[in-house]
Design a protein around this ligand. Structure first.
Ligand code: PLP
Length: 393
């Protein structure tokens, strides 16, 4: 079978490779604890489920408009006003089948052969593969681990060329749980303003899972409004990963391009899930607040327990539900009869001996690290860390 160059450019997700290996071990009867999940372990709140059930009962089951049902686009537009005092008209927001789809629409609409996309490290796995699929070139910018994964702003400046089309990042970040400071966002906005050919994609899907105060968004710098795409969705903040609703706020021309693309290839997102998303955005935030409080407790627990393992270096995350410790002090050491040389081997060792699945940092562009998700019960987290500790000390 001869496949296209564009599909051959895309690499299979390492996250999925690890998940497959842990499934195989589970099938063999091994008691695997998964700390590799990228989704809340909570159930979708009842009031949101009710909205979906009502939508089904009311027959809201026909093809929805491509860019989203007007009621949801209005709810999103109102949310930007309510939460951030931003004015986005209904024609400047668009709904897709998950934030992943939203980002892909934008990438495919804006990036072509030879274009460069700047991706600060560590980055969410799919950004690089979307860029490659679209024919663009990824330009990675280093992070300063000691400064809470702050972007190296001088390196960012130096990486800009006339071919730079996009800068994309997530804050709060998957995989690091780090949050870009007000000052960093301002510096990025200034750089973008000086380079009018650049579009920023600000992935704010972890908006609500923020432990140290209000979410801070680069959108506050209105001088770059015409160069900004805000990505968000209901998956993480409302435990709705399976419902598949994401959205963007962006200049109307970008929305129109994404609308054209989506209209030909996938059509509007699931109508029932869109009605549920309205309830998520407009409804009671208490379940989200409770979930975030639980994540914060688990974060503290994990920082404490993992902190007892010599050689694991931890930056205390400020959001999302991941830790991204540096583990390179173990590289070059013999563990389980094998010398560990990279994050993949480290994770395989942990999976084989501690029966805990975590994700190699190389999947996010930083091979000295591993991603540990704490979207799991306290009992499982305690057991997992105690097993990891046993095989590392
Ligand atoms: C940073 C980031 N952006 C986007 C997504 C995709 O979100 P959705 O499930 O809405 O497609 C994820 C999911 O893991 C994510 O971590």
């Amino acid at each position: 079978m001869k496949f296209t160059d564009r599909i051959n450019r895309v690499e299979e997700s390492l996250t999925l490779a690890m998940a497959k290996k842990s499934r195989e071990l589970k099938a063999e009867g091994k008691d695997i604890i998964s700390l590799s999940l990228g989704e809340p372990d909570f159930d979708t709140p009842e009031h949101i489920k009710e909205a979906a059930i009502n939508a089904i009962r009311q027959g809201k089951t026909k093809y929805p408009p491509v860019a989203g049902i007007p009621e949801l686009r209005k709810a999103i537009s109102d949310k930007f006003k309510r939460d951030y005092n931003l004015d986005y008209g209904v024609n400047e927001v668009m709904v897709s089948t998950g934030a992943k789809h939203s980002i892909m629409n934008v990438m495919v609409s804006l990036v072509q052969h030879g274009d460069e996309v700047i991706i600060p490290l560590p980055y969410w796995v799919s950004y690089s593969e979307m860029v490659k699929y679209a024919g663009g070139k990824c330009v990675f910018v280093p992070a300063k681990f000691e400064e809470g994964f702050a972007i190296d702003i001088e390196a960012l400046k130096a990486s800009i060329t006339p071919r730079t089309k996009i800068i994309i990042f997530s804050s709060p970040s998957n995989p690091a749980g780090s949050v870009l400071s007000q000052n960093q966002l301002k510096q990025i906005a200034d750089i973008v303003k000086q380079n009018p050919q650049i579009i920023v994609i600000s992935d704010e899907i972890y908006e609500h899972i923020n432990f140290d105060g209000e979410h801070i968004s680069i959108s506050q710098f209105q001088e770059i409004r015409d160069q900004l795409v805000i990505v968000n969705g209901v998956a993480k903040g409302f435990a709705m990963t399976g419902w598949r609703i994401g959205y963007i706020a962006a200049p109307a021309a970008i929305v129109a391009a994404c609308d054209k693309l989506q209209g030909q290839f996938t059509s509007g997102a699931n109508s029932i899930a869109q009605w549920a998303a309205i309830e998520a955005i407009n409804g009671d935030m208490k379940p989200t607040e409770e979930m975030v409080a639980t994540f914060k407790k688990r974060r503290d627990l994990m920082v404490e327990l993992l902190g007892e393992i010599p050689g694991l270096e931890i930056d205390v995350p400020k959001g999302a539900f991941y830790l991204f410790p540096r583990v390179s002090s173990f590289y070059g050491k013999m563990l389980g009869g094998k010398t560990i040389t990279n994050s993949m081997e480290f994770c395989e060792y942990i999976l084989d001996t501690a029966l805990v699945s975590i994700v190699p940092g190389i999947a996010f562009g930083m091979d000295d690290h591993v991603r540990i998700s704490y979207a799991n019960s306290e009992a499982e987290l305690r057991e997992a860390v105690s097993r990891i500790k046993k095989v590392l000390t």
